[in-house]
Design a protein. Structure first.
Length: 164
């Protein structure tokens, strides 16, 4: 077990997050309840390279007929991100948010690991209602759907967390 993977396990335990280890790999999987949706999470550690990659998956798969609009949504959203990016597997319609960090050797800050997880969940939760609006648009009405207008809808955003 690499030191980075051990730090990742410690982070999940310290945060009280329920998780599953994937046997034979330095991978943790978990499911988080967010404001809009349940977010499946996959954390993979590359110990020798000191890399941790966190991937959140959307609960909605995009049908083939709606993928161009979903890709436009992803592209426009990625343009505004400072950390991580959205991706879509074109063949399956699965949408993911991925964020990766390269750590200095033997300096695995658990706050950074927790922040990667929080950012992934928050970004996927923020995108999900917009993605859902695209997916529930009837195929015959897709030509009328303007992603730029959809992104202006404030009612689809999760509430701003209150200061602790």
């Amino acid at each position: 077990m690499s030191a980075l993977y051990a730090a990742t396990l410690t982070t999940f335990k310290a945060q009280g997050w329920h998780y599953r280890e994937v046997p034979g790999l330095e991978v943790i999987e978990a499911d988080f309840e967010a404001h809009h949706t349940k977010v499946p999470l996959h954390v993979q550690v590359y110990g020798e390279a000191h890399i941790a990659s966190v991937v959140a998956t959307a609960s909605v798969e995009v049908p083939k007929s709606h993928r161009l609009h979903a890709v436009e949504l992803i592209m426009r959203t990625n343009k505004e991100l400072n950390l991580g990016n959205f991706e879509m597997d074109w063949d399956s319609g699965v949408v993911m948010f991925r964020v990766t960090n390269i750590f200095a050797p033997h300096r695995y800050d658990e706050r950074i690991i927790a922040s990667l997880v929080h950012a992934s969940i928050a970004e996927m939760d923020r995108l999900t209602p917009f993605l859902g609006e695209i997916c529930k648009t009837p195929k015959g009405e897709l030509l009328l759907l303007r992603v730029t207008d959809l992104l202006k809808r404030q009612d689809l955003l999760p509430p701003v967390p209150e200061e602790a």
